[in-house]
Design a protein around this ligand. Structure first.
Ligand code: SF4
Ligand code: SF4
Length: 157
């Protein structure tokens, strides 16, 4: 598994950027399911947790409702205890690492986790191409995103 230090070279970022600018969406989407499965198999999230340690998901209204219920807290108490509003007006965690991340890197609210967490790292979605800046940022810390982009860009599509 690639370590964060291996992920952030400027050369790699430029290569990925060029790829994302020129990629044929139809061909990429055809290859994504297999590349996603392979990267999930080959990278162990429980020995990484870089996403949960360094970035916050957005807590949308349905997430707040579901997680408050799961924790048996009033929504207002849940918000007051754990969340802040960021510059985009979204609820995010007050502090990093995420307060729901355990010392063993398990998520203590896994069954009820925010939709952003369930979808991350978006390597089986067209978000990968539609939000290139987000994809490039994710590739600097997530070995799964990095691996998928590396394999896709090895054969320009
Ligand atoms: S999704 Fe990516 S950054 Fe998050 S734990 Fe898994 S490999 Fe690490
Ligand atoms: S809610 Fe769970 S999966 Fe989401 S960032 Fe926090 S610890 Fe990670």
């Amino acid at each position: 598994m690639l370590r964060p230090a291996d992920l952030s070279s400027k050369e790699q970022q430029k290569k990925f950027q060029r790829f994302l600018q020129r990629a044929d969406a139809r061909k990429v989407l055809r290859r994504l399911p297999d590349l996603h499965e392979e990267a999930i198999r080959e990278n162990d999230c429980l020995s990484c947790a870089a996403c949960c340690k360094n970035y916050s998901p957005r807590f949308k209204t349905p997430d707040v409702k579901r997680i408050s219920k799961y924790l048996r807290l009033k929504e207002s108490v849940f918000i007051e205890t754990y969340l802040n509003v960021d510059d985009d007006g979204d609820f995010v965690v007050k502090s990093s690492p995420c307060p729901f991340l355990g010392a063993d890197n398990f998520c203590s609210i896994y069954e009820a986790r925010p939709s952003d967490c369930a979808r991350f790292p978006y390597t089986d979605e067209d978000v990968l191409l539609k939000r290139p800046r987000l994809t490039l940022k994710n590739a600097t810390f997530c070995p799964i995103v990095h691996q998928v982009l590396d394999k896709l860009s090895a054969t320009q599509l």
